[in-house]
Unconditional design. Structure first.
Length: 179
């Protein structure tokens, strides 16, 4: 997990590669009995082919995918989608999941011997890890209906448009159509 600035504030976030790893694995999990080429996965996910290739190699190296060589080669899940957790995918892409330095492996933080909140952070880390372990690739293949706050999208697009010199009602259009 990495900390990234967003709107002037830091937020807890996993890396893009870990995020893309879950996207790639979910795409493959939708058709688990099929051999998937890197190019096919790139098209279905909208990710760049070099990025997908790197992710597939990492996931195969970490034992979540099997790589099949040859003209009809590609990648397949090593286990069924319901047997692979999101925690495993993130772990394969980033290493041990840790909210703080001391919560995933002892000895990484100089302050841990005298830290009054270390045990609490370890507890929080266990809860986060358990939640990620309960979500499988099978769960990830099933869409969850959710409401989208269009006003947030309009606001963000308006800010982006204004930064490009577009003002007025055109700055808040969501569909990109002309008035």
């Amino acid at each position: 997990m990495v900390s990234i600035l967003s709107g002037g504030k830091q937020m807890l976030r996993m890396s893009k590669l870990a995020d893309y790893g879950t996207v790639v694995m979910t795409a493959i999990a939708r058709e688990p009995d099929r051999i998937h080429s890197a190019a096919d996965v790139a098209v279905h996910t909208g990710l760049a082919l070099p990025t997908v290739s790197k992710i597939l190699k990492t996931l195969a190296h970490e034992g979540l995918l099997v790589s099949l060589r040859g003209a009809k080669g590609g990648y397949m899940l090593l286990r069924a989608p319901q047997e692979i957790s999101v925690a495993e995918v993130i772990g394969a892409m980033e290493g041990p999941i840790g909210v703080t330095e001391c919560s995933s492996a002892p000895g990484l933080c100089l302050q841990e011997s005298g830290c009054s909140v270390r045990a609490n952070w370890q507890r929080i880390n266990r809860i986060v890890l358990q939640a990620l372990e309960r979500i499988t690739l099978e769960h990830m293949t099933q869409p969850i209906a959710q409401m989208v706050d269009v006003s947030a999208i309009k606001s963000r697009q308006g800010q982006n448009a204004r930064s490009l010199g577009v003002n007025g009602p055109e700055a808040n259009r969501v569909d990109g159509a002309q008035p």
